[in-house]
Ligand binder design. Structure first.
Ligand code: PEP
Length: 261
């Protein structure tokens, strides 16, 4: 499979951080650092700063997006935000099924699947997160867990839609722990996911789908991760909160995928 056909993606996940003023300062600091990057730079921000981010990112290579959505368009769903509302506020993508949503807010694969179908239907690019716990890995259940998550979360999509979504492999034992998966371990899992997609949805979809790695990515380990053939980018939490460190991650690798158009 030819990795030069896929864009290289750097996605920030700010989680529940930053006020409007802090978000604006961040964009001013990041823009000059990454202005020559040929890659996709995505900023997953809180709902409250999305509209402002969409304005401040205009004319730059920064792409604003959200960290969650609800599957319905509108109605009596107190506290929820629809994909349509996200598009209206300027989001271009949405992170779905993050392990914090699955763990703290009990989101099931089926729930993620409903949101995913809606995001695809309305043209909001989804990043679907999957990953195993440390215990599941120790017990040798990694591929079983991932297969289950992939099967249930992607159910009902057709191969042309699969090629247009992004997956993020985020092992739970690596998130926010400083315990990054080694490049070899991540490459193995990414290849496993790509082969699974190929078997279920065809080689074309597997060739096209962008698979990100997430879990304690930092400026000093990002390049080694990104050099792996089946790793198309990174989803970054903690190290994306500072424009300087996220800028270093975006600029850590100059040669991979430069020919992508
Ligand atoms: C995340 O939560 O998506 C994440 C990858 O966090 P961190 O980079 O802090 O491990």
């Amino acid at each position: 499979m030819d990795s030069t056909k896929r864009p290289l993606v750097f996605a920030a996940n700010w989680k529940m951080n930053k006020t409007i003023g802090e978000a604006i300062d961040y964009v001013y600091a990041l823009r000059p650092l990454v202005k020559t990057s040929p890659n996709q730079i995505l900023l997953g921000v809180p709902f409250t700063v999305l509209r402002v981010m969409a304005d401040y990112c205009q004319g730059s290579n920064l792409i604003p997006g959200a960290q969650n959505m609800y599957e319905k368009d509108e109605g009596a769903f107190t506290g929820e935000i629809s994909g349509k509302m996200l598009l209206d506020a300027g989001a271009k993508f949405v992170i779905l099924g993050h392990s914090e949503r699955r763990g703290i807010f009990h989101e099931s694969n089926e729930f993620v699947n409903q949101k995913l179908k809606k995001a695809v239907e309305i043209g909001l690019k989804p990043i679907v997160c999957i990953g195993e716990t440390g215990e599941e890995r120790e017990q040798g259940h990694t591929t079983k867990v991932l297969t289950h998550q992939l099967k249930r979360s992607l159910e009902g999509l057709d191969p042309t839609q699969i090629g247009d979504i992004m997956l993020a492999y985020e092992p739970l034992w690596a998130i926010g722990t400083n315990n990054t998966a080694t490049p070899a371990v991540s490459q193995d899992v990414h290849l496993f996911c790509r082969r699974w997609i190929s078997k279920e949805f065809g080689e074309k979809a597997a060739d096209k789908i962008v698979i990100l790695y997430g879990g304690s990515v930092r400026p000093d380990n990002a390049a080694a991760i990104l050099e792996q053939k089946d790793i198309d980018g990174v989803l970054v939490g903690t190290a994306s909160l500072s424009a300087e460190s996220f800028g270093k991650i975006v600029n850590c690798l100059e040669t991979k995928h430069l020919n992508f158009t």
